[in-house]
Design a protein around this ligand. Structure first.
Ligand code: SF4
Length: 480
């Protein structure tokens, strides 16, 4: 049966009244100024609305016109718009914008998609949004939400946003063109989310075919009714750096109930409020005493019963390497294992840490389930790195480090990723050198391990190697 677009749009118009208005629409409604809409749209790419709104406010206080923007250099612009995603690129585009507007468009923002795409940093999506929102002319802005939801509805069957735009131009009644982006962005952020959409509370539940969707179920307690938790672990290799590369977007996109990170390399007081107070999450910090080094943190939707920082070993604990969160029916151990170091100079230190960690896991698993996550700084088997022969006895693949993993797995602890995937070439870390990530010359050294009795509680395990921002990528499990 064909999807009933008129009913869907009518229901969504009612529904999104209670939602936050997307930032670009808000700026358009407040200012009716094409220049500000254009700038806000450039800022908004891969950035949360709250961050875009704050950056736009700061920028418009200094530069509300092309002439005022021309007076700001690129470095100043970077400082003003930080921490929007890709702020360096965006500062470059904004610095070039007044010149191009002056040279090619007599200082005015043009009102066609073709002309707008000649401006720096303006692609088809941005151009369509500016035409629709700033000039109120028919244009369809297809972003990730519009593309995704239109395919979920089966209204289009497309593989790329551009194909979706072209299909919608053929099919979508013109009266919906301007409005559809704003509707679906709000709806896609609030209900039909990329991860686990809330079909249980969706006004379209009766008419949506839910193509390719795994919905979340709600108990109303903040924890899904089926008890399923999504846990993510990521060595961010410097939280301040990864914040500039969309860390908060990744946190929201991966939609984790527990998001454990390693190598934060920062004290909480060095971090902006937006990461210290993420709506919907409690956060527990365990920085190293030495500034700019090591450290761990956990963001979690449910407050744990107890939190213990450290393993009980003086030096690793000074380095902020271990956090233990206790929940009703499991323990979570977030850990950044030491690196054995060049020439294996720190091997003994690492092996002492390994032994203490094994003791902790055994003690905890005698009480209830244990989930160990983090950067273990060891590839277990040949299949877990691209070049095993060349790395024999290098840190992270030395015989003693691998023997510890052998013993752990031999005792029944479960390397969850290998329960679901036995294929080679799945890695979680790539050197920054030699273009290693693009060539997939990597190592799998980030894990979720569970105790022997908890194998059946793990429903899925994944590596998110599409997520950029660090030399590691996130790993995750679904745990019930
Ligand atoms: S029913 Fe589910 S998949 Fe369909 S629109 Fe609603 S939230 Fe999205």
């Amino acid at each position: 049966m064909a999807f009933d677009i008129d009913t869907a749009v009518a229901l969504l118009e009612q529904e999104v009244r209670n939602y936050q208005v997307p930032v670009v629409d808000l700026i358009a409604a407040q200012t009716r100024d094409p220049f500000k809409v254009l700038v806000a749209t450039i800022l908004s790419a891969r950035t949360r609305d709250e961050v875009t709104a704050a950056a736009a406010r700061r920028l418009f206080a200094r530069a509300a016109t092309p002439a005022a923007l021309a007076a700001l250099d690129e470095k100043t612009l970077q400082k003003i718009i930080y921490p929007v995603g890709f702020f360096r690129n965006k500062a470059r585009y904004l610095a070039a914008l007044p010149g191009v507007l002056e040279r090619e468009f007599q200082g005015r923002v043009p009102d066609t998609v073709e002309a707008l795409t000649r401006l720096p940093g303006v692609g088809r999506k941005t151009a369509n949004l500016v035409v629709a929102v700033a000039f109120n002319k028919p244009a369809i802005c297809v972003d990730t939400h519009v593309h995704r939801i239109m395919n979920i509805w089966g209204y289009v069957h497309t593989r790329t946003p551009l194909q979706t735009e072209m299909a919608l131009r053929e099919k979508l009644p013109r009266r919906y063109w301007i409005r559809i982006n704003s509707l679906l962005v709000a709806f896609g952020q609030g209900t039909c989310r990329p991860q686990r959409p809330r079909c249980d509370r969706c006004v379209l539940a009766a008419i949506c075919p839910r193509i390719g969707v795994t919905p979340a179920k709600s108990s109303g307690s903040g924890r899904p009714a089926d008890g399923r938790l999504r846990m993510v672990s990521w060595n961010v290799n410097g939280l301040r750096a990864v914040l500039k590369k969309g860390f908060l977007d990744t946190l929201h996109e991966l939609d984790a109930d527990i998001f454990a990170i390693q190598e934060i390399k920062a004290m909480p007081e060095q971090l902006p409020d937006e990461v210290k107070h993420v709506p919907g999450y409690h956060v527990y910090w365990n920085p190293a005493r030495r500034k700019g080094y090591s450290g761990t943190a956990v963001f979690c939707r449910q407050r744990p019963l107890d939190v213990v920082q450290g393993l009980g070993l003086e030096e690793p604990d000074r380095e902020g390497r271990v956090q233990l969160l206790e929940y009703k029916d499991f323990f979570l151990v977030n850990s950044y294992f030491p690196n054995a170091g060049p020439g294996l100079k720190r091997l003994e230190f690492k092996l002492a840490f390994d032994r203490a960690m094994r003791g902790l896991l055994d003690r905890l698993s005698a009480k209830k389930s244990v989930v160990l996550c983090g950067d273990l700084n060891v590839a277990h088997r040949e299949i877990d790195l691209a070049n095993p022969v060349g790395n024999e006895n290098n840190p992270g693949f030395s015989a003693p480090e691998r023997a510890w993993m052998d013993e752990l797995v031999g005792a029944g602890y479960v390397d969850t990723f290998r329960c679901f995937n036995q294929e080679p070439e799945h890695y979680t870390w790539w050197s920054y050198r030699f273009n290693a990530r693009a060539r997939n010359i990597g190592w799998r050294i980030d894990y979720f391990i569970v105790d022997p009795g908890s194998r059946d509680r793990v429903l899925a395990a994944a590596i998110h190697d599409d997520v950029q921002g660090s030399d590691h990528c996130p790993v995750s499990i679904e745990f019930r």
